[in-house]
Design a binder for this molecule. Sequence first.
Ligand code: F6P
Length: 322
Amino acid sequence: MKTIAVFTSGGDSPGMNACVRAVVRTALSKELKVFGIRYGYEGMIEGDMVEMDASSVANIIHRGGTILKTARSKRFMTIEGRQQAKAELEKRGIEGVVAIGGDGTFRGAVVFSEICPIPFIGCPGTIDNDLAGTDYTIGFDTAINTAVEAVDRIRDTAESHNRVFIVEVMGRDAGLIALYSGIGSGAEGILIPESPNDLQVVLNRLANSRSGKQSKIIVVAEGDEAGGAFKVGDAVKANFPELDVRVTVLGHIQRGGAPTCMERVNASRMGYAAVDALLNGQSHEMVGIINNKIAFTPFKDAVKHILEPDKALLRMVSVLAR
Ligand code: F6P
């Protein structure tokens, strides 16, 4: 293998840059030529690729977002798009690709493999932490810290006014950001899509909540079956007209910002391992970190959503959230 490429795809996440840096510098240390593909699969189709050197990834380890840009490509879903992408990779002699992204990115790589034999290795880049085969995805740690910091601020004003705040965090299909940021901020209620009927549990808890505690925080994953923070706010108001309820949607604030140190270290480890895996002849596997050790999982297994909530954590929430 003499030439590889790296790209970021899907929703950006803090730590993607650290991973790109690790891929580029590891590849260069093995005397590989390395291309950065801009705008994910869309750039692959367009041939939007630049050769990277050590300085092209200087001073990016601390920056959120992705210097390679990102996109969600509709054209890559067509066979014509994928054929064009294959031709663009072949034109540059690219013999291996590191894909940094989430489930859509890896599903794309699996479909692409039907027409293109070039090996792909994935690094999990998504704030949602919704991939199997890794304890943490790149971006999750930063996102939960951002969310906790925001909820801490909301707690101050909620406490001053004796209000109930419903705070919506990201997670279209997965509730891990809500679960972790809810636990970390001491929320009185946490609503996640993996746990149906949790709205009723939270309403019961509000009904039985200890007297004296006048402010409350309920953290809701955007994908919760109750329908998001505004719907939850309506349900709380309907059941407790005496409460002063406010709704805050944190939104894309959670996707930006400087990655935490843990994120930078994990992203560096994964990018470094991804290049080694390509050179070892591995293909269509995602690098993960399980119990603090590098582990590999086939793409087709990594994209299986974790539907089971962590029951032990939920039991703990039911004891601590009062
Ligand atoms: O990055 C994952 C995610 O944050 C989801 O939780 C969220 O629903 C989605 O991205 C929104 O992304 P966009 O606004 O880019 O479509």
